[in-house]
Design a protein around this ligand. Structure first.
Ligand code: ZN
Ligand code: ZN
Length: 116
């Protein structure tokens, strides 16, 4: 995984260095999200992340796991963050719903880094 440090823009070049420009950028992002429909943008990430997992299973790089909470065999891949399609946790229907509802928090050791 690429380290965040490498992606960091030097402070003097960053739009964050100028609060007025930064505020304008945030406003622009919010408005363009609204225009494109933020939900649709998120769905594209979601689809990509799901495809990534399906592809890895198909190629034998990944085997389906059991629910990391209760061990249920009927688990599906949960993405903590759709922008990291390789990071998943196996969860049954019940515990998946718990995570999404914020009733359950995952620990780092429960998250699987899928080999590329
Ligand atoms: Zn479970
Ligand atoms: Zn999920």
């Amino acid at each position: 995984m690429a380290s965040k440090q490498n992606l960091k823009v030097p402070q003097h070049l960053s739009v964050k260095a100028d609060p007025r420009r930064y505020a304008a950028k945030l406003r622009f992002n919010r408005e363009s999200d609204k225009r494109r429909g933020y939900k649709r943008v998120r769905d594209v990430f979601k689809q990509r992340a799901r495809k990534y997992i399906a592809n890895r299973i198909q190629r034998g790089k990944l085997t389906r796991g059991d629910c990391v909470v209760c061990g249920d065999k009927n688990a599906h891949a949960h993405h903590n963050d759709y922008s990291f399609p390789n990071l998943i946790a196996w969860l049954c229907h019940t515990h998946h719903a718990d995570v999404h509802a914020g009733r359950l928090a995952l620990t780092v050791s429960q998250i699987v880094d899928v080999p590329a």
